[in-house]
Write a protein that binds this ligand. Structure first.
Ligand code: D41
Length: 692
């Protein structure tokens, strides 16, 4: 053997080694979602392979992982014919339709006496991926071509783009690959990749994609594969088309297992069930997890498991009789924007809201959808008259996912088209100037609780179920109370004049009584609810609970400065700042004082802290300290785990004395207890106490 041949053999072995390692890493990362190889190592292997291949072009093959990065742009996609047509799926939208499908299957089999009379049919069940159907062709196990479904007969050759999808093997993991294997499946974009893509687009001020499906479609039909390569598409197989030189398993599940063995991605959400009950059970279980899956699905697909039975049943028109797609209610629909209003929220934030032609989506009729904020409307360029995609996923509030720009109405050319949205410069409710602070997404009405809209929202929040829980006090009633001047602030609720209440329009005597009773019942709510009910910006239900537990009483919380507030778990600078801003407002303090008179809440006990420099130490405060208020001193002691007692006893460790102390100081002297002034106290606080 010549030396050069030996060298070539070694080179080839290294090339194979590198390819195997890279393919393995891709499989673990993109198919099993269990990455092992660090990115840097992966890059190093790929670079080495690239270098060898460019120095030795004869080593380059079409299935090499170097061929995934994307070749130069195409002018158009060549058309390809599907030798075996790609069928479509019939849909079912209800249990009745699923039952009808199952009945048709059983009747079809009885006619051919293939079914054992009574047994339930076995179905292979799988998610219905909300992606794009494609066909992948492997010759001798090597990926040679891939095409979109198109109309089922003719598709587009998107091979170069499919090569960039790391979940698709370029070489099947199989000792004896079939001469020909056509794998069918769906190309999609995982939700997290979609979020990243849109986030990057937002940062560059570019248009975002409406949903993962559109992002996947846009990426797969890119003429420049280098762009597709950056888009992170995924793929799941759902069946096979043309096959030569191998025989299939006897069942659909068996075929899917075989594909999985060859390292093609198949969903692990698939299963086997029997009869309509089995189908419905799967449908509900999958539906319950729909929002937590890493990809969008729009239903479940049911297929008769046995392939011989499938063949027996055949097709009607262009859809098989042996399979059906059971769809979930759509989470997206198209409708028109009738107007764009601006709503003023509880904290003055202005939210643009699209008023829509009613549309049934996500299981409810939607007439409004949030547009979030000014920037969002600009980015999406939503205008009155536009056709838009409305999305309502799970229980989240409906939103406008995007505009169908090609459907923007062409108006009379002499008429100006609807202008782009802009935020009003004055509050639509009270006319006060609108301000938008730097770094904030929201524009706000600057009028605080003098703005009637904010006042109404504040009252609604105060009365709401998770806050003061005043039963029956809803939006309509609050509007009436405000209009009639019976109520301006939450404190007014506790002194409503019953005769004036009863005289309100549409107010029966009984409902007036009920409301008064509900208000009465809301007195002495625990501190956490009360703090939440105040509606301080950024203070949600959980933060309110944490604050109540930490401080025990409202005065201690109101006395705490930003640093002291941040001692509370999950209270950061933003929350602390909004709390200080709230309590710096004289109006708020006045209302709180009135609510105190009304016994709207009852204080609790601060949860004793078991960590801190002063754990186990008991302090007594007397007289006026030069800079610290009583509450501040108390809070500082308690945040270090110390206790503040009301009177001096043998158990007292320190008495902190200010100007004009009372008799407590004499008692302390009698008992020989250490007496501290403010400076000494701050010292103890710093060092920790613990005197003997
Ligand atoms: O997940 C899917 N979108 C999916 C689509 C699936 N899980 N199975 C499918 N099975 C078929 C048959 C039974 C006709 C082979 C399909 C599709 N077809 C399909 N996708 C697009 C059109 C038809």
């Amino acid at each position: 053997m010549f030396a050069s041949e030996v060298e070539a053999g070694q080179l080839n072995r290294r090339v194979q080694q590198l390819r195997t390692a890279i393919d393995e890493a891709n499989y673990l990362y993109y198919v099993l979602d269990a990455p092992t190889l660090p990115d840097a190592e992966y890059d190093r292997l790929l670079r080495e392979l690239q270098e060898i291949e460019s120095a030795n072009p004869e080593q380059r093959t079409s299935d090499s992982p170097t061929q995934r990065v994307g070749a130069g742009p195409l002018k158009a996609f060549p058309e390809v014919e599907h030798v075996i047509p790609m069928l479509s799926l019939n849909n079912a939208f209800s249990e009745a339709e699923v039952a009808a499908f199952d009945r048709r299957v059983r009747e079809g089999l009885e006619r051919s006496r293939l079914a054992s009379e009574s047994a339930d049919i076995e179905y292979a069940v799988e998610p219905k991926f909300d992606g794009l159907a494609v066909a992948l062709h492997f010759r001798q196990g090597i990926f040679v071509q891939g095409a979109t479904r198109g109309d089922g007969i003719n598709g587009e050759d998107v091979s170069a783009n499919l090569r960039t999808i790391r979940a698709i093997p370029m070489r099947l993991a199989c000792e004896n690959p079939p001469d020909w294997l056509e794998v069918r499946g769906e190309v999609l974009m995982l939700r997290r990749d979609f979020e990243h893509l849109n986030q990057a687009a937002r940062e560059r001020g570019e248009k975002t994609f409406v949903n993962p499906r559109n992002a996947a479609a846009g990426s797969l039909r890119q003429l420049d594969p280098r762009i597709t390569a950056q888009r992170r598409l995924s793929f799941f197989a759902y069946g096979v088309g043309r096959i030569e030189g191998a025989s299939l398993a006897e069942t659909h599940a068996g075929v899917m297992d075989w594909l999985a063995e060859m390292r093609l991605p198949v969903s692990n959400e698939r299963g086997l069930v029997r009869g309509v009950d089995g189908l419905m059970g799967y449908f509900r279980a999958l539906g319950a997890r729909r929002d937590t899956l890493p990809f969008d699905i729009d239903g479940a697909v049911y297929k008769v498991n046995r392939l011989d039975v499938q063949a027996m049943l055949g097709f009607v028109a262009r859809a098989p009789r042996f399979a059906i797609a059971h769809k979930y209610p759509a989470q997206e629909e198209i409708t028109q924007v009738e107007s764009i209003d601006v709503q003023v929220g509880r904290t003055g934030a202005l939210t643009p809201v699209a008023r829509l032609k009613p549309v049934f989506v996500g299981g409810v009729t939607v007439t409004n959808a949030t547009l979030h904020n000014e920037d969002e409307v600009r980015r999406k360029d939503v205008r009155i008259g536009d056709s838009v995609i409305v999305r309502r996923a799970g229980d989240v509030i409906p939103e406008v996912a995007g505009v169908l720009l090609d459907r923007r109405p062409m108006r009379d050319p002499l008429m100006p088209e609807f202008p782009a949205f802009s935020m009003p410069v004055v509050c639509p409710e009270c006319g006060a100037p609108v301000v938008r602070l730097e770094g904030e997404a929201a524009a706000r009405c600057s009028n605080g609780l003098s703005c009637p809209a904010q006042r109404k929202q504040a009252l609604m929040h105060f009365a709401s179920r998770r806050a003061m829980d005043i039963d029956g006090l809803g939006e309509k009633l609050i509007e009436q109370l405000l209009e009639q001047g019976l109520v301006r602030t939450p404190a007014d609720l506790y002194r409503i004049d019953p005769t004036r209440l009863a005289s309100l329009e549409r107010m029966a005597e009984k409902s007036a009584d009920n409301l008064l009773r509900a208000i009465e019942a809301s007195r002495n709510r625990d501190l956490a609810r009360f703090i939440f009910a105040l509606g301080i910006r950024n203070v949600g239900e959980q933060t309110a609970k944490d604050l109540a537990r930490h401080f025990g009483n409202l005065d201690a919380m109101m006395a705490a400065d930003e640093t002291a507030l941040q001692q509370v778990s999950d209270v950061g600078p933003v929350v602390a700042k909004s709390m200080r801003a709230f309590f710096a407002e004289p109006h708020n303090n006045a209302v709180i004082e009135e609510l105190r008179q009304a016994h709207a809440w009852k204080d609790g006990e601060a949860q004793p802290k078991s960590v801190g420099k002063l754990v186990g130490q008991i302090f007594v405060l007397t007289g006026t300290l030069p800079t610290l208020s009583r509450d501040q001193a108390k809070f500082m002691i308690e945040s270090e785990g110390g206790k503040v007692a009301g009177s001096v006893s043998k158990k007292t460790d320190y008495v902190i004395a200010g100007a004009e102390p009372g008799s407590k100081i004499i008692k302390a002297q009698d008992l020989g207890i250490t007496i501290l002034d403010e400076v000494a106290f701050l010292d103890v606080l710093k060092q920790g106490g613990g005197q003997q």
